[in-house]
Design a protein. Structure first.
Length: 124
């Protein structure tokens, strides 16, 4: 096993950051595919917050946190055809995962009215 990460976030924090009048937060944090997915949802901020929590969890599992030049958009949470969430690592995040011997990323996300949470397990 490479690492485990867990995170919980208030959905209102993500909603507030996204409603500040600028798309800067959205573009720096989420990929185009993530935005497309979330914007189709009735409670889109719950889905954005779940993705944010998954990205934070993945950074913790990598052992980097926000350090080492990893951008949030380099970690992507997409639902496969079965609906199962899948993590993809791009750029520096992918390089760090490869260097650590990481082969698989397991992710679980959940959200309620007020909170979103995620857990990531990276294995070699």
């Amino acid at each position: 096993m490479i690492g485990i990460g867990i995170d919980i976030i208030e959905i209102a924090r993500i909603e507030k950051a996204m409603q500040k009048g600028s798309d800067r937060f959205r573009h720096r944090t989420f990929t185009d595919r993530e935005v497309e997915y979330c914007e189709k949802k009735r409670k889109k901020y719950q889905h954005y917050a779940a993705r944010f929590a998954a990205k934070e969890s993945a950074m913790k599992a990598l052992g980097t946190g926000w350090r080492k030049g990893i951008g949030f958009s380099e970690i992507e949470l997409i639902h496969g055809s079965s609906g199962k969430p899948e993590l993809f690592f791009h750029g520096k995040a992918g390089e760090i995962l490869d260097a650590s011997g990481g082969k698989e990323a397991f992710v679980s996300v959940s959200h309620s009215h007020n909170y979103a949470a995620a857990m990531v397990v990276l294995t070699g």
